[in-house]
Design a protein around this ligand. Sequence first.
Ligand SMILES: Nc1ncnc2c1ncn2[C@@H]1O[C@H](COP(=O)(O)OP(=O)(O)O)[C@@H](O)[C@H]1O
Ligand SMILES: [Mg+2]
Length: 221
Amino acid sequence: MIEIHQVTRRFPQQRRPVLDEVGLKLDRGSFAFLTGASGAGKSTLLRLLYGADSPDDGHITIAGHNLRPQDARALAMVRRRVAVIFQDFRLLKTRTALENVRVVLELRGVDRRLAHRRAMEALDDVGIGSLAKRRVPQLSGGEQQRVAIARALVGDPQVLLCDEPTGNLDEALSLQVLGLIDLASSRGATVLVATHDSEILRRFPHPTYHLEAGKLERRSG
Ligand SMILES: Nc1ncnc2c1ncn2[C@@H]1O[C@H](COP(=O)(O)OP(=O)(O)O)[C@@H](O)[C@H]1O
Ligand SMILES: [Mg+2]
């Protein structure tokens, strides 16, 4: 589902590439963690996978499509198939929980009533259907991350990328959030979660890939 071939990414003023001929293959429905110290390149690798940045060398395929950020069709494909969850949630702050989820479907041209119904179902799935009409600032951090998960899952993504999704949550909420992400993978999404939360790594025994000095290495699983 995700294939990364010999990918190198350098930034100006850095002596070594952040990613140095990195390779990774994740099958459909698999779940893997991406670890590494702060600054190791985890977010850089994820950005390449959702088409927000492009490699200097090497290439990436998602569901068999070669991902070239200059290629508008490839990018449109990525937006349909790949969902992302961030540490800081990135919700529309003046909107309600429901509006934040519904907008994904509306942007795809889904009929308003159907979008409404599916967004409600997605909020119910993550346990916050009763908060659908609340605006984002009236939700706790854990509730906001659930909205972000509902938004990520409402479009039935084939790939779910998570960049430190529990970085702003306490331990109990972190485990709940990971449980929801795990559920997405059991429904067939290919999931890659960047984290350095040792409790999560201990509780969810999935393969772990570790980034260090530009190299990606499998650690466990
Ligand atoms: N757009 C950019 N321009 C220059 N340097 C960058 C850019 N993005 C990331 N970096 C550098 O690349 C390295 C890896 O960053 P990042 O991928 O954010 O690490 P992580 O997510 O593992 O903490 C850091 O040294 C960071 O400063
Ligand atoms: Mg990061």
